[in-house]
Design a protein around this ligand. Structure first.
Ligand SMILES: [Zn+2]
Ligand SMILES: [Zn+2]
Length: 342
């Protein structure tokens, strides 16, 4: 029974429009990439097809590791997801907290028309979700413990749409909590202020903004097709080439383009890098301690060991600080201040 449930869960990823690798989005990405190769790169039809299905990319050791991680992580998801915090729990908790407080009359529902409330809610939930993705992704690079986990994603040497699922399960838990909290906050506040007028503008059950971005080829960010947008547009939306640059091992590309959908956050917080021609980009990580980042050991166990060793070092540091503080407090009692006062 568990096995059947697992396979249903596994194949659902390709037929659920809420998932990034929904076949519809993959086909849309294929069309966008094909048009770009023919009209912008001026390749012939045959050259474009060969480029799209480049064997060197899809049959590489790195891409095979992507598929393996994707498959294994579905098993983790099956067991872990029932234990994780959901947006419904967060939303209910915050909503009940808001009800406890004796606010002045905050019911704004009468001030906005239903379409205006739906449009505001749809935009807010999209923006908040994207902004928190940006923040957490930045932390993943900044904090050594989180970087130990995020390296799994960056150890990909070739990008395919499946690479988005190349993450350590612990990183998956962090991002799932982020999603529950950010969406729960938006839902509870909107329901508190606007009541039953709150609704999401959707296409086949997906936020219309997310759907539009996915149809426009969001899967190409993890691909070998380096589509570049116009300069002005790359201040607003992350182009495939901009995310590919985020995976580059060149020093000048470190800590650039953390954005998931919007480049706006990178622009505002100084981490934006415009796209370049990605043909010469080398992707991956410069890690001297692990020679093989494509094995199960390198993908699951090494990050866990590195994560734990950083946590242990940090806790030792905290312990040292506390011991120093205790020692200092002890010495402070011996200061001659009391004598002067007497
Ligand atoms: Zn990253
Ligand atoms: Zn990536």
């Amino acid at each position: 029974m568990q096995l059947v449930e697992f396979f249903i869960n596994f194949f659902e990823n390709f037929f659920d429009p809420k998932k990034r690798i929904f076949v519809g989005y993959l086909l849309a990405a294929l069309v966008v990439a094909f048009l770009w190769l023919v009209f912008s790169k001026k390749l012939s039809l045959w050259q474009s097809i060969r480029k799209l299905f480049d064997k060197k990319v899809f049959l590489s050791k790195s891409s095979k590791a992507d598929f393996l991680v994707f498959f294994i992580n579905r098993i983790f998801t099956l067991f872990i997801s029932p234990l994780l915090l959901t947006q419904l729990v967060v939303a209910t908790f915050i909503f009940n907290l808001l009800l406890l407080v004796d606010w002045p009359d905050w019911s704004f529902g009468f001030m906005l028309s239903k379409p205006a409330i739906v449009a505001t809610f749809t935009c807010t939930i999209f923006m908040l979700d994207d902004f928190t993705k940006y923040i957490v992704h930045r932390w993943m690079h900044k904090w050594p413990a989180l970087w130990a986990l995020h390296k799994v994603h960056h150890s990909a040497e070739h990008l395919t749409p499946i690479t988005i699922y190349r993450t350590h399960p612990l990183e998956g838990i962090v991002f799932s909590l982020r999603s529950a909290v950010s969406q729960g906050v938006a839902i509870s506040i909107f329901f508190y202020f606007f009541g039953n007028s709150v609704d999401l503008l959707t296409v086949i059950g997906v936020n219309i903004l997310v759907f539009s971005f996915n149809v426009a080829g969001s899967n190409l960010r993890h691909s070998h097709i380096g589509i570049q947008y116009w300069g002005w547009l790359e201040y607003v939306l992350i182009s495939p080439a901009q995310h590919q640059l985020h995976h580059s091992i060149a020093k000048e590309h470190y800590d650039k383009n953390f954005g998931a959908t919007l480049a706006l956050w990178d622009w505002l917080f100084g981490s934006l890098h415009h796209s370049i021609d990605t043909d010469g980009l080398v992707l991956g990580i410069k890690d001297k301690d692990v020679s093989d980042r494509q094995s199960l050991y390198g993908l699951y166990i090494v990050p866990l060991i590195q994560f734990c060793s950083v946590i242990v070092k940090m806790s030792k540091g905290v312990k040292d600080i506390m011991l120093k503080a205790v020692k200092y407090t002890g010495n402070w009692r011996k200061f001659p201040l009391n004598k002067q006062n007497t």
